[in-house]
Design a protein around this ligand. Structure first.
Ligand code: ZN
Length: 333
């Protein structure tokens, strides 16, 4: 008998039992640093690689997930602040990079990057692969940056295209209050009602890195069938539980946010906001254990949320694969 209880091994064993065989990652990124000029002088943001495609994703995820790897993945373009001007070609290059990976890897689905000034024709022009099933926007395109409400960077043309084609829109909310900011909540609710054929995916459980922000809004959005959630990069069980309790187990999807999930540490709610706590900060607090990646922290939180909500293995399979398959694969025409 061992003379100590190996907590790390016990935790990882739990996760290995929890994780289903079939995994569809609903939120990962590809990029090529050559069309991301804002990152050129910041190699720490470029994840140490000049290009991340489907092959790098699979390799990276296998290392992070104890030899497992999602069979299917939704690849999103990685936004760069310089992409806000469609005329410079960077935004189209980001979408073309996604399409290139779809041609290389049949397990991949993708999203096109939309900007506030886009017409429906601009968006349609980017949909040059049958497995582009979604649209992606980002607050870099808002004049108010990370304090910009969603209407400033997600155009109605995107809703119309998504509605016509039965596509998704992945929205990472901005503003300190995220879903609790009335501008975001009212926009999301109004647009989802006006475009019932478009599926809005609120990324990061409604970007609830500050967990309190999603609790009340989730209840208000619960009745809207075309609002879905992904759990990517969230490292606390509460926002995940709030999503599942409000939307049920059929509209919530697990995602990795690769390569952001390679970061060591985690997002933690503090007071009304949150912080990304890295290894240096933890050591300064006297933490002496092993520091995990965001991916591992996210899987621990997902397991705890599922356990505390008494989810069945069937529910867990829906969150890890079934829901994303229903959303992205069965619409193949
Ligand atoms: Zn992301």
């Amino acid at each position: 008998m061992k003379d100590f209880f190996d907590t790390r091994a016990a935790l990882r064993e739990r996760l290995a039992v929890f994780l289903p065989e079939r995994i569809f990652d609903a939120h990962a990124h590809v990029y090529d640093a050559s069309f991301m000029p804002s990152y050129a002088d910041k190699p720490e943001h470029a994840f140490g690689r000049s290009r991340v495609g489907a092959a790098e994703y699979r390799q990276g995820m296998e290392a992070l997930m104890y030899g497992r790897c999602p069979q299917r993945v939704m690849l999103l373009p990685t936004p760069d602040p310089m992409m806000r001007d469609r005329a410079n070609g960077l935004c189209d290059a980001a979408t073309a990079c996604v399409a290139e990976e779809l041609r290389r890897d049949p397990g991949c689905y993708g999203a096109a990057y939309v900007l506030p000034g886009d017409t429906e024709a601009d968006i349609e022009a980017m949909l040059d692969h049958e497995r582009i099933r979604g649209l992606k926007c980002y607050y870099y395109a808002s004049p108010n940056g990370n304090q910009g409400p969603a209407n400033e960077f997600l155009p109605e043309s995107a809703w119309r295209v998504a509605e016509r084609r039965g596509m998704t829109i992945t929205l990472h909310l901005a503003c300190d209050g995220a879903m609790s900011d009335p501008r975001n909540l009212e926009y999301v609710e109004a647009m989802a009602r006006r475009h019932p054929g478009a599926v809005l995916i609120l990324a990061h459980a409604g970007r609830a890195f500050a967990e309190w922000t999603c609790i009340e809004p989730m209840k208000r959005l619960a009745g809207l069938d075309n609002i879905w959630f992904d759990l990517s990069a969230i490292c606390e069980p509460a926002p995940m539980m709030a999503c599942i309790r409000a939307a049920g187990v059929d509209r919530v999807m697990w995602g990795s946010d690769y390569p952001c999930c390679c970061f060591v540490g985690r997002a933690v709610s503090f007071a009304d906001q949150f912080a990304w706590v890295d290894e240096k900060a933890l050591r300064a607090c006297g933490f002496r254990g092993e520091v995990f990646t965001v991916l591992e922290e996210n899987l621990i939180a997902t397991w705890i949320a599922a356990d505390l909500l008494d989810l069945t293995p069937g529910d867990v399979r829906k969150i890890f694969a079934g829901n994303a398959e229903r959303l992205f694969c069965l619409r193949e025409r």
